[in-house]
Design a protein around this ligand. Structure first.
Ligand code: GLN
Ligand code: ZN
Length: 758
């Protein structure tokens, strides 16, 4: 057994190369298969992953990377942090787990939020002074054994105790002063117990992920990190510890970990801008293994292996061993480039997904150990692909570049809000507390089938258009029947709010199988933004104006904003994201203008990912928010005063972007609030926000239907913070993942609640 880490990856996708887990989960949830069948699918996926990582030649294979839903939820369950409201349901372990993830009729689920600055969502643990931590579930040990039986030695991966508590929230009813981190000692005891069991099971290395330290941390939090790893490091019987920090620079935490007894530190050398510079000066590292995250775990471009090797070479003196790894878990990239058949071959040759990145890591590991000559062919091939991409014509469009050069300040300016408001009220004549939805309606099997059929050429464009029009008409009539005030066309033609636009813009490539887990069974297929972006023709105008022709009520045109398009794509890494975002913004600006010209009086530009792309370090916020806000304004400020611009934001914790939300300047902002009980309105008030706002009053992430009284309560809470003339009534987010029965019932209650308060 080797004691070195050599070459490894920090984690791997788990939804299945063909989304096997997604399908099995959904069948289990709808009682079409039983627990045994679900568990069999899960086991098969684990076996496949271990085998493929082992066969690819990684020196150290990560284990415990499988999850039925989310690794943070897994950690909570492993250590017994099951809130009483779920424990008391009396369900079996797996169903208790899913109840926490998805809620049940009587209990809303745990809150869900973004995993750092990625598009992955985790479930927020609820921790109180009475949470009893214990080693309640032995999955990490069992999965180590399961792999060992197949002849694969794994390195169990766990969310580290600090990151777990820093991502947790205080359980309801705990004193103001309580912080989940106050419970660190008790939690570390439970980790210690698990480490002991893993050691006895024969585990040599354990990986504890502490990405929370890639964000700004207080000295108390750094002291807690020091104490926890001193305590775990001092255990007499334990595996070796690799502590991995990723998504940026570890900052001061790097020194803390270097001074601790842990054997290895994982550093992200892709997102961590300064890590390479500081590594050589960090004391204490010389006795440890440095796991150098040289292969980007979050993007899809082939690694410049020469450059990675050069970086590795500069690090060789700073640690006892320099191992090669991905910058973070490969959870954030698709499985395999070879599964793509439709993509342009030149663009394809520039790409590396999880399977390819594993190979890159293996090549880098061999080059370091045996010298470059041992992998000369692989290095040459990578070099050629990098050079081809750098010189390719298709990444440059001179017209787009010229337009970007010629931007003028008035492109991001609009008339005074009060003037706009009056003009819009005159044009729209809406009642107080206007009701609307966020855009999408449930995507029925028929709709999905029609999209698949036109894609495969089984039906022609005209047939497809008729089917979509029928669906739009149904959704319009439904909304009219429900009594909603501002209608939407329902977005049936959209597979995904970003991919749809990417398919209609130049500069993007779409994929066939490149799915990435977003949350639970939900996957997205991010497009690949490889070149300068432009809009060859109008995209949504036909659908929006069709819908508008069917009704007297205003139909809201629905677009995705530039920041979100970037956030949910794999973005070129050969120019600053600010430039890329502005190119996208100009394309959306053209679409906004065309919608307005077609008689659409309300246009929503969604920016749900505004918060997501916020850099983890405060020092970088200003730059980001500057280009993010400028891009949104560039997209939306070209309209007349009487055209109402909406935006939509989700995924709570708006604190750090609250000023930016004001700066976006939208006439109406709908915002996720149902799970976080309207707190966001106070934050908006605190910064003097004075435009229309629609705090979500129906949590669409769960099948639960809120009753009218509940919505009235939420609206009353909202009215305590926002005057009636600025308050809108809407769900938290789009409805596309829900079923019609729930949606109709929920919207009926939502409209009834608004009527009751008018
Ligand atoms: N308009 C989009 C929809 O309703 C918004 C989705 C989102 O915010 N994620 O689906
Ligand atoms: Zn949303």
């Amino acid at each position: 057994m080797t004691s070195k880490i050599g070459s490894t990856v920090l984690g791997y996708p788990r939804i299945g190369p063909d989304r096997e887990l997604k399908r099995a989960l959904e069948r289990y949830w709808s009682s079409r298969i039983g627990e045994a069948e679900l568990r069999a699918v899960a086991r098969e996926l684990r076996v496949q992953t271990w085998r493929s990582l082992w066969d690819a030649g990684l020196d150290s294979v990560p284990g415990n990377t499988f999850s039925y839903y989310d690794q943070v939820l897994d950690t909570a369950v492993t250590f017994g942090a099951i809130p009483p409201r779920f424990a008391k349901l009396g369900l079996g372990p797996l169903d208790t787990y899913f109840a926490m993830a998805r809620g049940v009729a009587s209990e809303p689920p745990l809150e869900m939020t973004k995993w750092f600055d990625t598009n992955y969502h985790y479930l927020v643990p609820e921790i109180g002074p009475d949470t009893q931590f214990s080693l309640a579930d032995r999955t990490p040990v069992e999965q180590y054994r399961e792999a060992a039986e197949l002849g694969v030695t794994t390195r169990p991966v766990l969310v580290g105790p600090l990151t777990f508590l820093l991502l947790a929230k205080s359980a309801d009813g705990t004193p103001e002063s309580f912080r989940p981190l106050d419970r660190l000692d008790a939690l570390v005891d439970a980790y210690a117990e698990l480490l002991g069991e893993l050691h006895r099971a024969g585990v040599e290395w354990v990986q504890l992920d502490e990405p929370a330290f890639a964000a700004d941390r207080s000295s108390a939090e750094l002291a807690a990190l020091r104490a926890a790893y001193q305590r775990l490091g001092d255990l007499a019987e334990r595996p070796k510890l690799l502590v991995a920090g990723y998504f940026g620079d570890l900052g001061e935490a790097l020194e803390v970990l270097a001074a601790s007894p842990v054997e290895a530190i994982g550093a992200d050398l892709v997102a961590g801008k300064f890590t390479v510079d500081v590594l050589s000066s960090v004391r204490g590292l010389s006795g440890k293994t440095l796991v150098a995250g040289l292969v980007d775990g979050r993007n899809v471009w082939r690694t410049d292996l020469d450059r990675a090797l050069a970086t590795a070479a500069t690090l060789l003196g700073s640690a006892n061993e320099v191992a090669v790894s991905t910058s973070c878990s490969l959870l954030h990239v698709p499985y395999d480039v070879d599964a793509e058949t439709g993509i342009d071959p030149q663009v394809k040759s520039w790409l590396a997904f999880a399977a390819q990145k594993v190979r890159e890591v293996v090549v880098l590991g061999r080059a370091l150990r045996e010298g470059r000559d041992a992998v000369a062919d692989e290095l040459a091939e990578a070099r050629a692909a990098i050079a081809d991409r750098a010189g390719a014509d298709r990444v440059r469009n001179n017209r787009v570049r010229a337009r970007l050069q010629a931007l003028r300040p008035e492109y991001t300016q609009r008339g005074e809000y009060d003037t706009r408001r009056a003009a819009q009220q005159k044009a729209l004549n809406l009642p107080p507390l206007p009701t609307t939805t966020i855009g999408s309606f449930p995507q029925t099997t028929d709709v999905r089938k029609a999209r698949a059929a036109v894609r495969a050429g089984r039906i022609d464009q005209a047939t497809y258009r008729r089917r979509m029009q029928d669906e739009i008409e149904r959704v319009i009539r439904l909304q009219e029947g429900l009594g909603l005030d501002v209608l939407v066309h329902g977005e049936p033609e959209r597979n995904d709010m970003v991919q749809y636009f990417a398919e209609h813009l130049d500069g993007f490539a779409s994929t066939d199988n490149a799915w990435v887990q977003s949350y639970g069974s939900r996957c997205v297929r991010p497009p690949i933004l490889y070149g300068d972006v432009s809009r060859p023709a109008p995209i949504t105008v036909e659908w929006a104006s069709y819908a508008q022709r069917l009704t007297e009520k205003p139909v809201k045109g629905m677009l995705t904003g530039p920041v979100t398009i970037l956030a949910w794509s794999f973005v070129r890494d050969d120019q600053p994201p600010a430039d890329t975002a502005k190119q996208v913004a100009l394309a959306i600006r053209d679409e906004v203008a065309d919608l307005e010209a077609a008689g659409i009086r309300v246009i929503q530009v969604d920016e749900p990912a505004l918060r997501e792309l916020l850099p983890l370090r405060r020092a970088e916020h200003g730059d980001y928010l500057d280009w993010a806000v400028t891009s949104f304004r560039l997209a939306t400020c070209g309209v007349a005063d009487s055209t109402q611009i909406h935006t939509h934001l989700c995924y709570s914790e708006f604190g750090d972007v609250i000023n930016a939300i004001v700066a976006l300047g939208a006439d109406v902002t709908s915002i996720e609030a149902a799970r976080s009980r309207m707190e966001v309105l106070d934050d908006l008030n605190a910064v003097g926000f004075g435009h229309g706002v629609g705090p979500g009053v129906y949590d669409i992430h769960s099948p639960r239907v809120p009753d009218t009284a509940e919505v009235v309560d939420l609206l009353r809470a909202a009215l305590a913070a926002v005057p009636a003339e600025r308050l809108w009534v809407n769900p938290d987010c789009g409805l596309k993942t829900r079923g019609y029965a729930e949606v109709e019932a929920a919207l009926q209650n939502l409209v009834a609640a608004a009527a009751e308060l008018r």
